[in-house]
Ligand binder design. Structure first.
Ligand code: 4AD
Ligand code: MG
Length: 463
């Protein structure tokens, strides 16, 4: 294969008057009967490179087919550009057409489509500036996550996607089965006989890799998972997906304060990484969608996260005089509107709330001595609300066992989890960062469906 130059490298090139070879998709073409200016993008950067073609040197029928969306390879000379808007351009010597895009039919022929429309053509929306920027930032954040943990001595653990246990106990799981749904085998009492299913038991798609990560932390000390998780909750909001990616660090010997310190340091590192490595893409998104974007990212870096208890937060909300859609009451879960009020209006800083009522949190959280609250921690961000949920874990076998019984959780599915508390138990903590909530925050996009390539939401799994 002929060596291909990436457009990003050419735009930063210090040497001109060299032969180059690029491949990419036509974003725009303009010109007259003598000359054509073709803007080409190859995804390496938000910026296009301008190709200048003397019409006389090329076949007329070829030039006609070079329209927005077409894919081409161009060989030519990199020269200083005399035109405005770019420092270099390519004088084309040879143009090869890989794929045309009929202007009558290509859905992205014109600019300025709504994000809603682009969701309906998710297979093509990668070709817009917006989604190029979003997915380059998504990539950078994924890379930074692994980099951070590697630098801090964490072991990346792959936890299973198919599982028999409901880690969060919320009963919002998708079933995994090879049984014939029209005619499943039944037991004498009429219930479905899962012994005949593929795994010989009922299985679901995981809602969290935490329980398995805890097993790893009880030997490797610091581990993390980064994988897909699934929730069959019927939440049609701009912040919920049925399939999302979660990062879950789990650390032996960390108490809740160590856990909060890690969460704060970790998300600041990620935001800083994007600011330092995705400047062009962020500048574009700021210009197009969100004029406060970069200030909001700096706001995360420049502030120490406030730490307060759930009970303190409820008092603040009750005294706020604000009208909320959902009432505030000690014992009820906080809604995004409450979380955002605390961050954006009251504290004007990112907030970590701790010590939530045990009845609104999962069974595994460490119980406080008051008998009412658990050592939970939620990290709250502007615009997003909850971006991280975590806790110190209950390491006491008796207390954990009692809680599992109180909540009527199926002990037969959790025996292995309980055994870690029998053998060499240790204080430990962890949290889960919703990857798409992070990407949503960093890109300034308004809807979580626009930060994952192919969103799964209720009634939507087309692509
Ligand atoms: O608060 P959650 O449910 O916590 C857990 O799953 C724990 N097992 C994490 C842990 O301690 N290891 O979810 C964690 C984060 C939330 O803070 C949110 O950012 C994200 O996952 N999240 C979702 N993101 C998109 N769509 C959904 N339906 C989400 N549900 C949770
Ligand atoms: Mg949560």
């Amino acid at each position: 294969m002929k060596e291909r130059n990436k457009i990003k490298d050419l735009l930063q090139a210090t040497q001109v008057d060299v032969d180059v070879h690029i491949k990419g998709w036509v974003r725009t073409k303009r010109g007259n009967k003598n000359i054509a200016f073709i803007n080409i993008n190859d995804g390496s950067t938000i910026k296009n490179i301008q190709v200048v073609a003397e019409m006389a040197s090329f076949d007329e029928s070829l030039m006609k087919k070079i329209t927005t969306g077409a894919c081409v390879a161009v060989t030519g000379r990199l020269v200083e550009s005399l035109g405005k808007g770019q420092t270099v351009e390519i004088q084309a010597h040879k143009i090869e057409l890989y794929g045309e895009a009929d202007p009558e039919k290509y859905p992205l022929q014109k600019k300025g489509h709504s994000l809603e429309f682009l969701r309906e053509i998710a297979h093509l929306r990668f070709r817009t500036n917006t989604f190029g920027a979003v997915f380059r930032i998504r990539h950078a954040l994924a890379y930074a996550i692994h980099k951070y943990f590697d630098e801090h001595g964490f072991v990346y653990l792959h936890t299973p996607i198919i599982t028999g246990s409901d880690a969060e106990g919320a009963g919002e799981m998708f079933r995994v089965t090879t049984l014939d749904v029209n005619n499943p085998p039944r037991k004498d009492d009429g219930t479905i006989d899962f012994h005949e299913d593929f795994f010989g038991k009922e299985t679901k798609l995981t809602v969290s890799g935490q329980l398995e990560a805890e097993l790893g932390a009880m030997s490797l000390s610091e581990v993390y998972t980064f994988g897909p998780t699934f929730r069959a909750e019927n939440s049609n909001t701009p912040r919920h997906l049925a399939e999302f990616w979660m990062i879950e660090p789990e650390m032996a010997f960390y108490d809740i304060h160590d856990n909060m310190d890690l969460a704060e340091d970790f998300v600041k590192y990620l935001v800083r990484y994007a600011l330092e490595n995705n400047a062009d893409d962020l500048a574009f998104l700021q210009k197009m969608y969100d004029e406060d974007l970069i200030d909001r990212l700096r706001f995360i870096l420049e502030n120490t996260f406030v730490r307060a208890t759930y009970t303190e937060a409820v008092t603040i909300l009750e005294k706020s005089g604000q009208k909320f859609e959902f009432p505030v009451q000690w014992g009820a879960d906080l809604q995004a509107e409450h979380e955002r009020y605390l961050v954006e209006k009251h504290y004007k800083k990112p907030v970590i709330l701790t010590d939530y009522p045990k009845n609104i949190k999962a069974f595994y959280m460490k119980q406080n001595d008051d008998g009412k609250t658990v050592r939970a921690m939620d990290v709250l961000f502007p615009r997003i609300g909850e971006i991280i949920g975590g806790s110190q874990r209950e390491e006491d076998y008796q207390k954990l066992n009692v809680r599992i019984k109180e909540l009527n959780l199926p002990e037969k599915d959790l025996w292995w989890y309980l055994e870690t508390r029998k053998f060499g138990t240790a204080p430990h903590s962890g949290f889960g960062l919703g990857f798409e909530r992070l990407v949503l925050f960093v890109t300034g996009m308004a809807n979580i469906r626009d930060v994952i390539p192919f969103p799964r939401t209720p009634k939507n799994a087309e692509f």
